[in-house]
Design a protein around this ligand. Sequence first.
Ligand SMILES: *Cc1c(COP(=O)(O)O)cnc(C)c1O
Length: 410
Amino acid sequence: MSFTTDQNGYYGNYGGAYIPEMLHQNIQQLQDNYQEIISHPSFQKEYKTLLQDYAGRPSSLYFATRLSDKYGCKIYLKREDLNHTGSHKINNALGQILVAKHMGKKRIIAETGAGQHGVATATVCALMDLECVVYMGALDVKRQSPNVARMKMLGAKVVTAHSGSQTLKDATNEAIRDWINNPEDTYYLIGSVVGPHPYPDMVAKFQSIISEELQEQLMDKEATTDPHRILACIGGGSNAAGIFYHYLDNKKVQLIAAEAAGKGIDSGESAATSILGRDGIIHGSKTLLMQTPDGQITEPYSISAGLDYPGIGPLHAHLIKEKRLDVYPITDIEALEAAMELTSLEGIIPALESAHALGILPKLESKKNEIIVISLSGRGDKDMEAYQKYFKYAKKHPHEDLEKSFLFVP
Ligand SMILES: *Cc1c(COP(=O)(O)O)cnc(C)c1O
């Protein structure tokens, strides 16, 4: 079984490049050249130097003592939250900005949900002196305002998308529209393992540094490259793809993902794509997608702006189909409780997205003496408003009431 793309950009049945004619030349050019560009020794040298000296890699692998005690196993956190700009997104943004430069592009566009990809993109554009436009849903502009301020200070133009659920999907639609209108000078810097081929493969390769480091770090600490399980959250799936990458063919390592169950998978307000999704086409690739019986894309919901997306990367759709990946739906409340648990036990405030991965822990059976690695994809600074709102509410209501009555309005 293969977990890499074929030459048309398919992982099994999923992937490909479903794009309008106007973008054909652009995408074709990228498809024909990306492998050669990114594997060239001079590119790799520049990329690795930036990862190390600019982004602060390798990110540490932290043994979480008190969290481990609580769950009776060995829990390690891969600390992507410690990267420059506060998440794993910088790994990909640095890689793609070098690709854009190589292709002679002068203008960079991007979409963003939680704002982490927007910040990472605005950052690398400042670094490389390139024009930057970031599309963001109106709801996300509101709930992730610290990141909007950062993007603006970094010199990016932030364009608000007012259509649909006013979240990531809608920002992506706007970015694609821009690209269609400016195919010549503009490079679309996609923030996850989504979009038309070659983006899913290219982004997975840039994020694969996470599992490359993990193998070495675990060898150092546990005398093995292999944990029993690896946990990560999935929005589009890039931090998961990165931490899974070098383990995909290694069946001894169980791969587990958290997806956003919002207010519950039966509530009509979730982003639980693996459970609710069917095969469809979104943003240029064939994948699992939440949709109505007649194929209209369902408006997704999650408290976490980075997971609020109705699709999933084609690699993950394939992994799920082949039963290589287990997915747990994690609700808003479960994520919030997991965030509080990590904060009080370890002194680490996680991003709401990462808190979904932590939310898997109480659901795992028989984890005695296992080594579990969790992708701590980002830090929680951007989510303080949501956390404060929740904890104020939680104080006043007993736990049993919470699941039922806590209607979080971002
Ligand atoms: C964007 C984001 C995610 C979700 O994106 P993936 O591509 O699925 O990794 C998760 N965590 C954080 C901190 C993010 O910023």
